[in-house]
Ligand binder design. Structure first.
Ligand code: FAD
Ligand code: DLZ
Ligand code: SF4
Length: 510
């Protein structure tokens, strides 16, 4: 007890590292105690990439220090503390008993799993909305009410109007809402951006993570992520200076041994709370108005954040806790071992998995059109795909990962997010990358020993889901092309695809 009022605990989770967090705003630093905890429950609910765990713990430790400097009392549990109960709820119950606390206030977590666990605790709790987003749950519900289709583009326009970003009065800057058309250039010959800034890690955390999670998929070193708000801002500024001008042009391109191209690599920091999305967008907007970056780059980038990022969150909370378990296409194949680094002859997959292992990062098109596309074409159980993405990317929390994987990538939500499945044959990957030139398969071959598996599986997917997609106006053309092929060719494609999938299931190197 402090004075005659009761002490409250203020929970700050590993992805809530923002000084303007609603729970901190609501609390009283003279009276209340902040609780932060490194717990095995959060570190093992999927086999996270070691870099993701190290990033979380390093950033949590620094944030706890910042809070102390700001005058907060912080009770911090390290993973190796002998008293550690192993879960967020366990730590809150333990600390509540020690402080004779009246209850716990917290900002709503980004995963239903934890929302439910906190609500079931035998403590008085007060959950506050997470105000670090542009659209509240209520805003998204209002926007979605009565709409037959929840298309991102219309939501995005409302977010432009709401924020005033790139608006010229009530008109979009430049006359168009969306400049995506200019953002599809194939891979450049050379990349004149060195990628993100590199920062020194906390060696004690690296030691802890190596000892406890060293067997997980993913390289712990070299570790260079930003781990506090100042470093994250420094990286953002450097990227706006050097990466943003070409971000739009090469947003969809892929190059071997160039994992970052012109991407910002700020999703880790945005999602953990080290950067504020609206502030980031205002800086990018200012760079455009200063003549430093073209409109297609600034608009493309701002759309990802106030459009896609906010929209994904809206869908996750609107759809409810069962969303991640959806499997609209009835896919049941186990996730192939090549996702965990087993050898594969498909160079695009090998490159994407390799950089995922090295950096806990892959950019959007690699996630969507390489690993996601392959899983969808091969009919992998979306629950397995979901767990993989949640584990291997350092920016993955369910509120953003699940709609991207279950909805956008695997079409397992029956088309809430995507109007048609994101599938492609090898041709798209060939156009957008340099992967096919060094591949054991031949992207030009539609059948035969060396036929690119994406080519075989593309038709296999369309054929096996004909009843579901034939009437889709955006897919009719594909079925017409398939139907015009001679029957012998179609039979060969399907036979070879089945044989290839059988080899995959046997665990052969494919
Ligand atoms: P940039 O290319 O520089 O883009 C800027 C920012 O826009 C990103 O930092 C991110 O905050 C935002 N953004 C872009 N696309 C999306 C999107 N589709 N959804 C939400 N935000 C977006 N993003 C995550 O933050 N966490 C995830 O777990 C995640 N899983 C994904 C899974 C799949 C199958 C796909 C297709 C996409 C996923 N994304 C996820 C979206 C996107 O791939 C990443 O946000 C992006 O690659 C992060 O890298 P960056 O910061 O360099 O992004
Ligand atoms: C991702 C993660 C990890 C690896 N570890 C912790 C932890 O030990 N303590 C903590 O408070 N948060 C951690 N996190 C982030 C949480 O998993 C995240 O807050 C929830 O998934 C909700 O988004
Ligand atoms: Fe990937 Fe096919 Fe190209 Fe090989 S040929 S890199 S499998 S798209």
């Amino acid at each position: 007890r402090a004075g005659d009022r009761l002490v409250r605990l203020v929970l700050v989770l590993g992805d809530q590292l923002s000084l303007d967090l609603s729970a901190l705003q609501k609390a009283d630093k003279k009276q209340d105690t902040v609780v932060m905890a490194e717990v095995s429950g959060e570190a093992t609910y999927v086999p996270h990439h070691p870099k993701k765990i190290a990033f979380t713990f390093m950033a949590m430790r620094k944030f706890a220090q910042t809070l102390r400097e700001e005058g907060w009392r912080v009770e911090y549990t390290t993973l190796d503390d002998p008293e550690n109960t192993g879960s967020i709820t366990g730590e809150l119950i333990r600390r509540a008993a020690a402080h004779d606390a009246a209850g716990v206030i917290y900002t709503e977590p980004g995963e239903w799993r934890l929302i439910e666990a906190l609500a079931e605790m035998p403590l008085r709790t007060h959950s506050l909305p997470d105000t670090r987003f542009i659209a509240s749950h209520q805003d998204f519900e209002t926007w979605s009410a009565g709409r037959k289709q929840l298309r991102m583009e219309y939501f995005y326009r409302d977010m432009r109007r709401k924020t005033g970003l790139l608006m010229d009065g009530d008109k979009p800057e430049g006359g168009k809402w969306n400049y995506d058309h200019d953002n599809r250039k194939p891979a450049p010959d050379e990349v004149d951006f060195d990628g993100p800034l590199r920062f020194a890690p906390d060696e004690a955390v690296l030691g802890l993570v190596k000892a406890q999670f060293g067997e997980n998929f993913g390289d712990l070193r070299p570790f260079w992520f930003a781990t506090d708000a100042a470093q994250a801002r420094e990286q953002l500024t450097q990227w706006i200076e050097a990466g943003l001008p070409k971000f739009g042009d090469y947003q969809d391109a892929m190059l071997s041994d160039q994992p970052f191209l012109y991407h910002s690599l700020i999703s880790f920091y945005l999602n953990a709370g080290l950067l504020d999305p609206l502030a980031v967008c205002r800086e990018v907007e200012a760079a455009y108005y200063a003549g430093h970056a073209p409109l297609n780059a600034a608009e493309g980038f701002i759309r990802q954040i106030i459009g896609w990022r906010e929209y994904m969150r809206g869908i996750y909370f609107l759809q409810g806790p069962d969303y991640s378990a959806r499997n609209g296409l009835g896919h049941s194949r186990a996730l192939p071992d090549l996702y965990w680094g087993a050898e594969t002859k498909m160079n695009c997959m090998a490159q994407t998995v390799k950089q995922t292992r090295e950096h806990a990062y892959a950019h959007h098109i690699q996630r969507l059109m390489v690993t996601g596309n392959f899983a969808l074409l091969a009919g992998v159980d979306p629950a397995h795909v979901h767990k993989w993405y949640l584990a291997v990317y350092a920016d993955a929390y369910e509120w953003v990962e699940a709609p991207n994987v279950i909805g956008m990538s695997q079409f397992a939500d029956d088309g809430i997010i995507a109007s048609k499945p994101y599938i492609s044959s090898g041709n798209y990957i060939h156009k957008m990358s340099d992967y096919c030139g060094s591949c054991a398969y031949r992207v030009q071959d539609k059948t035969g020993e060396k036929a690119c598996p994406f080519n075989l599986l593309y038709w296999h997917f369309l054929d096996r889901h004909r009843a579901r997609f034939e009437a889709n106006p955006r897919m009719g053309n594909m079925y017409r092309v398939w139907d015009r092929m001679d029957e012998e060719k179609r039979t060969t494609v399907l036979r070879e695809a089945d044989a290839w999938l059988a080899k995959l299931d046997e665990g052969a190197t494919v």
